[in-house]
Design a protein around this ligand. Structure first.
Ligand SMILES: *[C@@H]1O[C@H](CO)[C@@H](O)[C@H](O)[C@H]1NC(C)=O
Ligand SMILES: *[C@@H]1O[C@H](CO)[C@@H](O)[C@H](O)[C@H]1NC(C)=O
Ligand SMILES: *[C@@H]1O[C@H](CO)[C@@H](O)[C@H](O)[C@H]1NC(C)=O
Length: 386
C-alpha cells in the first residue's frame, strides 16, 4: 500500500516535471485539456478531416416507445431503426445529433423507459459514430426525464458526447446544456474551429416529487435564463484559451424552436426557403416568450453562428433568416415513425456539411429522405434568406 502510493507520487512528480519543461505546444494542450472535458472522459478528439470537411447528420423526433401495449408501437420503432441503419452507412457522418423527442415518454413504464435509449443508440454504436443529444418535451414525462436519458446514454454509448450542465444551469428539468469542440485538424497543436452548442428547451411534464400519485406538473418550455450567464462564462473561457471567438464557427441545437421563429414563418417563401412548410407555428410550437434572455445571449455572444437548428414541428423543413438578430434558423427533418405526421411528409434527416475549417466559409445543408432522395439544398451564407 505504502509502496504503491510512493510509486504513484513518483509518477505524478515526473509528469509534472515533464509538463513544466516541455515545449509551448504541450503547455497549450495541457491548457486545452482543462477547458475541453472530453479527453478526461476518454472520448476521442473530434476534428475536420484531412480534406477539410466535416459532416453532421441530424436525426430528430425519433419518438421511440409509442403504444408499447399493441403491435403498432414496436413496429414504428423497428421502422425507425431501419431508417437509421439505412442512412448511417450511406451518409457516413463525422458526427450525429439526436435533436430531441427521442422517446414518447408519456407511453413509457417507469421500470424500463431507459431501455428505449439502448435501442436508439444501437445503430450509432454499430456505426462507431460520435454523437450527442438534445431532449424534448416528450422526453420529460412522469416515467422519464432528460436527466435519466442523459445518464443512460452515457452508460450505454461509448461515443456519446452528451453532457450535463454544471449544477444550477438549465433550470427545472433542463440539465442538457453543453458544447462540443471540433478541432481544425487531427494534429495535437490545432485548436477548435467549430463549437457545437446544445441547449435544453425543456417542456413536457414532471412527476410530483415524494408522492405515489400519478399527478404531474408542466415543465417550462423555454431555455432557462440561467443558461445565459453560463454561455457568457464559457465563451469567455474559450477566448482566454483558444483566442478570439471570431476564429471559431458555431452551430446551435435545441429541440423547441426559439419564440422569435414563429414570426419568421410569415415571410417563408417556397422558392427562397425550400423545404416542407406544413406546420403553422402557434403557441406550443415554439418556446414561450420567456426565452428572450437566452435568445439575446445566444445571438450576440456566440460568433459565426451558422445556424440554430430545431425539431418539434414535424411538418417543417425550411431554413430562414431572423432579420432582427441576423441569424439563420433551420428545422430538422422528422426521422422517427413515431410521433405525429401526415401522408407524404416522409421521414429522413438533415445533413450539414462544412467544406473548410475556416469559420467564414459557409456550410451547406439539405434534407435527405429515407430512400435517398434529397431536397431543400441551401448554403448558409450571408446572402441566404435575405
Ligand atoms: C408509468 O409507469 C408505471 C409503472 O410501470 C405505470 O403504472 C404507469 O401507467 C406509467 N405511465 C404513467 C403515465 O404514469
Ligand atoms: C416494459 O414494461 C412493461 C410493463 O411492465 C411491459 O408491458 C413491456 O413489455 C416492457 N417493455 C419492454 C421493451 O421490455
Ligand atoms: C409510496 O409507496 C411505497 C410502496 O408502496 C411506500 O413504501 C411509500 O411509503 C409511499 N410513499 C408515499 C409518500 O406515499
Amino acid at each position: 500500500m505504502a509502496l504503491l502510493s510512493k510509486q504513484l507520487l513518483t509518477v505524478a512528480l515526473l509528469v509534472a516535471a515533464t509538463c513544466a519543461l516541455a515545449s509551448p505546444f504541450s503547455q497549450l494542450s495541457l491548457v486545452n485539456s482543462e477547458l475541453d472535458p472530453y479527453p478526461a472522459l476518454g472520448k476521442p478528439r473530434l476534428s475536420f478531416k484531412a480534406d477539410g470537411t466535416f459532416k453532421v447528420t441530424i436525426f430528430s423526433d425519433l419518438h421511440f416507445g409509442e403504444n408499447p401495449w399493441d403491435d403498432w408501437g414496436p413496429k414504428q420503432d423497428a421502422n425507425s431503426l431501419k431508417l437509421m441503419n439505412a442512412i448511417l452507412p450511406d451518409e457516413k457522418p463525422d458526427y450525429v445529433v439526436l435533436n430531441g423527442d427521442l422517446i414518447t415518454g408519456e407511453n413509457t413504464f417507469k421500470e424500463n423507459a431507459t431501455a428505449l435509449i439502448d435501442q436508439i443508440v444501437g445503430p450509432l454504436n454499430a456505426a462507431g459514430v460520435p454523437f450527442s443529444s438534445t431532449h424534448g418535451n416528450h422526453d420529460n414525462q412522469r416515467n422519464i426525464t432528460h436527466y435519466e436519458e442523459i445518464l443512460r446514454e452515457q452508460q450505454v454509448a461509448p461515443l456519446s458526447y452528451t453532457r450535463l450542465a454544471p449544477k444550477g444551469v438549465g433550470g427545472e428539468s433542463g440539465p442538457g446544456n453543453y458544447w462540443v469542440p471540433v478541432y481544425k485538424s487531427a494534429s495535437e497543436e490545432s485548436t477548435p474551429a467549430l463549437i457545437l452548442w446544445f441547449f435544453d428547451s425543456r417542456g413536457g411534464f414532471a412527476a410530483v416529487k415524494d408522492t405515489n400519485s400519478t399527478e404531474t406538473t408542466p415543465v417550462p418550455d423555454w431555455v432557462d435564463e440561467s443558461v445565459t450567464s453560463w454561455i457568457t462564462e464559457e465563451t469567455a473561457r474559450m477566448e482566454t484559451e483558444w483566442g478570439p471567438s471570431e476564429g471559431r464557427g458555431a452551430l446551435a441545437f435545441m429541440h423547441i424552436p426559439p419564440h422569435e421563429i414563429q414570426a419568421v414563418q410569415g415571410s417563408v417563401d417556397s422558392d427562397k426557403n425550400p423545404g416542407l412548410n406544413a406546420d403553422t407555428l402557434g403557441s406550443g410550437s415554439v418556446q414561450s416568450t420567456s426565452d428572450q434572455p437566452f435568445w439575446n445571449t445566444l445571438t450576440t455572444k456566440i460568433k459565426n453562428l451558422h445556424a440554430i437548428i430545431s425539431g418539434h414541428d414535424h411538418g417543417n423543413e425550411w431554413c430562414a433568416r431572423e432579420n432582427e438578430k441576423n441569424v439563420i434558423f433551420c428545422f430538422n427533418k422528422h426521422s422517427g415513425y413515431g410521433g405525429y405526421g401526415k401522408a407524404g411528409w416522409g421521414y429522413g434527416v438533415r445533413n450539414i456539411i462544412f467544406s473548410s475549417p475556416d469559420p467564414k466559409v459557409a456550410p451547406q445543408t439539405w434534407i435527405r429522405l429515407e430512400a435517398g432522395e434529397t431536397r431543400a439544398h441551401v448554403t448558409l451564407n450571408d446572402e441566404y434568406g435575405r
